[in-house]
Design a protein around this ligand. Sequence first.
Ligand SMILES: Nc1ncnc2c1ncn2[C@@H]1O[C@H](COP(=O)(O)OP(=O)(O)OP(=O)(O)O)[C@@H](O)[C@H]1O
Ligand SMILES: [Mg+2]
Length: 1072
Amino acid sequence: MMVLQEAGMAELEGLEFGKSDFVLLDEVTMEQFMDNLKLRFEKGRIYTYIGEVVVSVNPYREMDIYGKDTIDAYRGRELYENPPHLYAVSDAAYKAMKRRAKDTCIVISGESGAGKTEASKHIMQYIAAITNPSQKAEVESVKNVLLKSNCVLEAFGNAKTNRNDNSSRFGKYMDINFNFNGDPTGGHINNYLLEKSRVVQQHEGERNFHSFYQLLRGGSEEMLKSCHLHNDPALYLYTREGSAATTSNNDRMNHKAVMSALDAIGFLPEEIRSINQILASILHLGNVSFASDGENIKILGLDSVKHISELTATDPDSVSKSLLFRTVATGGGEVIEKGHTEQDACFGRNAFAKALYERLFGWIVSRINGIIEVKDYNPVLHGKNTVIGVLDIYGFEIFDSNSFEQFCINYCNEKLQQLFIELILQQEQDEYQREGITWQHIDYFNNQIIVGLVEQQHKGIISILDEACLTVGNVTDTVCLESMNTKLAQHPHYTSRKFNPSDKSMDFQKHFRIRHYAGDVTYSVDGFLEKNKDLLFQDFKRLMYNSTNPVLKEMWPDGQLSITEVTKRPLTAATLFKNSIVALVDKLACKEPYYVRCIKPNEMKSPVLFDDARCEHQVAYLGLLENVMVRRAGFAYRQLYARFLQRYKMTCEYTWPNHLMSSDREAVEAIITQHGFHDDVAYGHTKLFVRTPRSLFTLEQERAALLPILVLFLQKVWRGALARLRCRRMRAIYTIMGCYKRYKVKAHFWEVERRFANVRTMADYGRSVQWPTPPAALASFHRITNTLHRRWWARQIVKNIPPSDMLEVRAKVAALTSLSGERKDWGVGRAWERDYLSNVRDCPQTSSGFVRVSRELKNKDGYGQVVFSGFCRKVNRFNKSTDRALLITDQFVYKLEPRKQFKVLKRVPLDLFTGLSVTSGVDQMAVLHTSSHDDVLMCLQPGELCPNQDRVGELVGVLVDHFSRDCPRCFRLAVGRNAARPVCSSQILKPEYQTSGPQPPPCESTPSGPEQPRDLWARLFNVKNLRLLTDAELSAPFRRGRRAVFLTRLFGDLQVGRRRRWVGLMEIWCFH
Ligand SMILES: Nc1ncnc2c1ncn2[C@@H]1O[C@H](COP(=O)(O)OP(=O)(O)OP(=O)(O)O)[C@@H](O)[C@H]1O
Ligand SMILES: [Mg+2]
């Protein structure tokens, strides 16, 4: 049963478009109803709700409301979330089917031309558009066939009538099957009572079915030729009437569309050919006429017969015979051929043409059904197979002359109206009962009485017709009318001229009138019996069954019965129709129905004309006003407590954002009380019922005013939540990164600690220990610790040297540093005696004499100690050499004459010397530079100790050590690279070095000018990019403790209680 939801709200449409739900009318009067309907129509709003029922007014123009965007806007939305639309009901039906596994149906009703077929197409398109999001091929193909079938069925089942250019002349009920996923898996089309009389005769201004005109106007020349047709409908009796009719249908284009649709659906080429051949046969059949020569009749237009036999793949003689004779079995089992009268022949021909078309139509429908039927369905595997049915059946019809077809069609509409009344009212009643609300009865017209007039057993019109058909003898339509007049005389909805002699609109013995729910319809009884009998001579059935065309044969299975075979009397057309409609109604009744009530605004097919009288009439007979009243009976609106609360909770402080009450019902009561609507509502078991729409409007308006604030609030909260989420994520990332970095740093510390733990006890003090690769963050730390270790290591080595050796070690270190590898052999491996001239082993003959002289000099000049002494060969500028003795003390440099008891030839204060130049070769040349450019060039001579002794290195060592330590002033050392030649003084470069502090190694590219302490440190510690840190930075690393401790532990003896060392360490540390 349909679940009532809240009335559609004019949320997205301003009130200038009228009320989007008739339930919201201030007063339910026809006047207000019509005003609203008209206003909306004029404003281009063709859909309006009555609760869940959609009232649709035919716009008679293309509307821009069926595009993809609109479909997207309605997809998955509730009815009230968007303006009224077919899509909204379609979605409601789809949702009910999908969410609750309910079979649903959409019943589209309204009179001819009101827009039912168009509506059904829009519904199908919507369902097709919202299903199968994963684009499964098999589902797509089902959807395609379902959509394409419309085009084919319209071509064969629709025709231009005076009411509608594309009037459906058959009823269509299409079931679409869905799997548990909500995707269409197949379908089934039920067709009802095709108006086949149209094949042979049309009212003035009307047309035969579109298919004939499409074939003639759109068929290729070749195809027409093969069918012996010409492309002029006026040439064929059956299409002559409509040949000139102007319609909006473009037959040629439609023919193409139908052919491609047939192909797309899966009709085989030979089947499509057969369809065209059957249509052609019917057209030819119409052109067959008969002439009587008094006794016998003959066929005029034998060519047509020839064509028919060719097109139907039958024998021409058999065709002629079937048209002229009738085979009858006598009581004695004899078979005789009875010639037709001209009238019988015409009747037979027309009946044959109608039957051919009807069977063709039936076959096409069954063929489509065969293609789209759900195959291999396993409920265990695929879940419940649910169905949405779409009913587009001919609308209520009143023509100038109404015949048997109109009678059936109008009866069908009575049945559907009955269903509508029953469902709507029943449901309302059930709902109030279920919810414990007192039901207030609303008067409405129940058309059951009219339904009874038509279908009642024994007394109904159909029964009377059937009885007349069964009666043997010459029972005419008039006799039948008499019978109806007798039996239905008392019926309030039946009348005829007999009972209304003054009513000239009816003829005696011809017309009867039924007062239908939609209006009075006068039927002409002419042809009723014949159409009800729906007689077709057996000969035609056999003829067709014997066709060699398998398609045709398949359509006529009853043709295989032998003439003498006695069969049960077939049911009459009216009974068959009644049964099918009863079955249809039963089918609909067990589904959850959704209604589309179509209204035709005018008869002119005008997009601007709103014919008040016509529309009011339709509103009245469709019972729309009653529908609104019933909907509002007592309560215009009802809603489940939870959903009501959900929608309006922001309007009450106790319920926003969440209530603390024990149930939703109490929360709803709080909202109602706060707004003072207590007298306007009733509380059901599960739903709240609101009596007047005004209360609801108030709530809606409040809600609308609050929404922007809520939206802002939600945006704020949501943005905040998003930002916090991002922030948390970033923090987590940084924490992880930090942890990892810390871990890497710690791991490096641990590893260094592990490797160097025992360096103090190692023989090499850890020199062989491999340093682990540091993480990038510890690169400078690594360099510094490395340097520190090397320094510590050096100290360990140095501290073991006895003080007596220290002088020599210092001199050697000074030489090593100064020469920086420029000189290969510089005497590092031997003991540096310094004072060779007093060494007995080196100068056995002269040493005693020299000792004496030196003592005298010491006493005289008061120098402290001898820095260096030895023999040398002086070279003057003429390259003349003389042996001399060189004595360098801490005060003077003496040039002595060895051969004259070391007489002093020259004494120069040591302070005057500014530098020393040596070569990188093995020669023993050395130049002592003085500030007065009185340089001394000499070649040191070895003594007895070792003939090949290198003394240049020693000289460099002792002098550099002396100047750096004892005489802190500028002293330059240069090493000439050219080992092959002695370097003359003018070639020697003169870099300037500050002698205070450690000495940098000399090098040729050393820039002139005093070196900055920074560079000095850089050179000393072999570190690049030094930067002097600020005080704060200086102390920061040590505050951390860890590194300091680490350093302490590693190089403990470097910092034992000595602040200066600490400072030194810190300085080292901070240069990075
Ligand atoms: N929503 C619509 N948008 C545009 N035109 C429409 C719409 N609905 C109907 N029409 C126009 O009205 C004509 C008649 O509509 P339709 O064929 O759907 O009527 P019907 O109710 O099916 O009539 P019948 O009972 O005769 O089959 C259409 O051919 C079309 O021109
Ligand atoms: Mg239609």
